[in-house]
Design a binder for this molecule. Structure first.
Ligand code: FE2
Length: 155
């Protein structure tokens, strides 16, 4: 058995300049829940992430995300043509959820309760030849998520 056979994605790490804005948005948009938080960090973490002040783990379904607050965040977006994790895709279990999440995104954006790094609006929901449906949205930090519905039999 290859060593990678037991490998699973454990969590994503998202750094932000305003943890309260980010946390509230993630809880509401993804319908996530807060799992735990930390405000003391190892010497290694402080060396890797200077200025880290707080880390909050949230979860939604099987997805875990670590949101962390960085003092001295540049508030800059990375070069979209550079070496970046371009997007993260999470799947949902029904096509209706895609429409609901698109509406939810717009509702939260228009509520004025959150500050967004990008004014980019959600895409339309696209359907590929195999019936996979996808929606692309940005989080409050300008990071791109794909939200997909995969019909049975697709992978
Ligand atoms: Fe994708």
């Amino acid at each position: 058995m290859p060593r990678s056979a037991g490998m699973k994605l454990h969590h994503l790490g998202v750094q932000t300049t305003d943890i309260d804005n980010c946390l509230e948005w993630y809880l509401e948009f993804f319908g996530a829940q807060k799992e735990w938080q930390l405000d003391h960090f190892s010497e290694l973490t402080q060396r890797r992430l200077p200025g880290i002040r707080r880390l909050v783990e949230i979860s939604a379904g099987d997805v875990r995300i670590h949101l962390f607050d960085r003092a001295g965040h540049s508030e800059m977006q990375p070069d979209p043509n550079g070496f970046i994790f371009q997007h993260v895709c999470v799947s949902v279990s029904s096509p209706e959820e895609l429409g609901e999440m698109r509406s939810k995104w717009i509702e939260l954006y228009e509520s004025g309760r959150f500050s967004f790094a990008s004014t980019e609006q959600p895409t339309e929901i696209v359907v590929d030849d195999e019936g996979v449906q996808s929606l692309y949205v940005y989080d409050v930090n300008g990071l791109e998520y794909e939200i997909s519905y995969m019909p049975e039999g697709t992978r």
